[in-house]
Design a binder for this molecule. Sequence first.
Ligand code: GLU
Length: 550
Amino acid sequence: MTNKELANLMFPNITKTIEDYEKEYPERDLPEGAIVSRYAPSPTGFVHMGNMLSCFIEHRLPKQTKGVFYLRIEDTDQKREVEGGIESIINAINALELNYNEGVMSKDTQKGKYGPYVQSQRTEIYHTFIKYLIEQGMAYPCFCNEEELEDIRNKQKEAKARIGYYGEYAKCRNLDNEERAKKIKAGCPYTIRLKSTGNYDKKIQFKDLVKGKVIFPENDQDIVLIKSNGIPVYHFAHVVDDHLMRTTHVIRGEDWLSSVPVHVELFQKFGFKLPQYAHLGLIMIVDSNGVKRKISKRKDKDFTVESYHRRGYPIDALQEYLMTIANTNFESWRLAHPDAPLDEFEFSCSKVGSSPLFDTAKLINISKNCISKMKASELYENLIKWAEKYDEEFCKILKRNKEYTISVLNIEREQKKPRKDFSCYSDIKNFTWYMFEEYFKNNAKEYEWQNIKDKTTIKEILKDYIENYYNEEDDKDTWFDKMRNLAEKYGYAGSMKEYKANPEQYKGNITDIATAIRVGTTTCSMTPDLYEILRILGKNRIKERIDLIK
Ligand code: GLU
């Protein structure tokens, strides 16, 4: 029986050839140097920032070279698949604006000429390609069951030989086609293995764009390509898909690095051009005990992309942050170009660090900076977008009081040294709640009174202030002069200098008066600029607040 007859027996319904697919998915018509790369996650339902780091890099290279970035869903391992897994991947990518040109656009829609982009929909393609290898005698059915494989492993352990299915240990490698056909016809389950022609004593060498020169022994393992259920393993799907989708750069986790010899052999067997490889170090975090470790699905719910969005980090901050992890030379570039758009930085695979570390303190810093540079109206729009999703009640309040909120957000903003206390959108309510009546009325209970504690005195000072000193139109200097006058009227020094010169002559100084007004109108002893707060609150609100002091 010829290999071709065996192949037909195994795949009677496959009538297409690999040439048909070559024609169906031709070379892409792209400018010289354009990179085609993909994000190829498995829909496991856990999308964390480490995943987004590779997605970010995979997105960046095509962006820089006018290439193509696409999304492929690798769902060949059904055990790991989770309901809603595809949606959470797409949401995570969209939320970071890592826009892609083609691939899986939603659970039910795909875009592009190189699909289907979901592996479970590509069975016919995989079967055509494996059928070709069988016809060529480059792959064969293997009937070994678990016990037989265990047996082989035990023999290898005894003989102190390498573990695996190769050479003399590859039991089914040398069955003749008649025997194979007989077993298949009898309904014996089988996998399909590569008939490797590699030599373990020889080395292959290739250039990884991140790791540099890499040397491995050739592959000589007859690895399983198609499982007994007809589904391909990662290695086989990778070669077929990345070839047919005309991927130029395969960027993926370094856990795949040692499999490259298998991939090289498969690309060679098909006569396909090898893509460029870039293997990224596994992202690590420092946990609350100070221990550096891998991100864990069980322990690190806070690292999901969703949880970053819930906290409300601006997209620009997250992208900027991913770049600091992605390229070791980015931070010095940023110092030299503090206001340049991120796109002006040229990402390079050779500057990817070997063990990327996720450092939340750094993200917070970047994010504070990013928010501080936003104009009040821009921050308002971003905050609304965030609140629509994560804080409906706040959102209603913000929408009801648009102009007012923009003034609140503008306190110590749009100036040379803007405030930097907001690290994410979810911080804003905590820092501004007292400016909104809806929150103030219910929450004005714990006043942080300082030196002046007596409520009667406080109310007297505040009433005097609002009736006789307050004017919304005053500029800052006039406002301050009035504060000084008020302080002096009540026996407090009008300046620190005067107070320090003769402390015994005064009850305190202007700060005590300002603090009493600050706490009386906001409940907080620490706030941004009091002048702006009082101006924005306005006379009526301040009066109402004075009445609330009990
Ligand atoms: N589905 C593979 C994974 O999640 C993708 C690896 C690759 O990008 O080729 O590890």
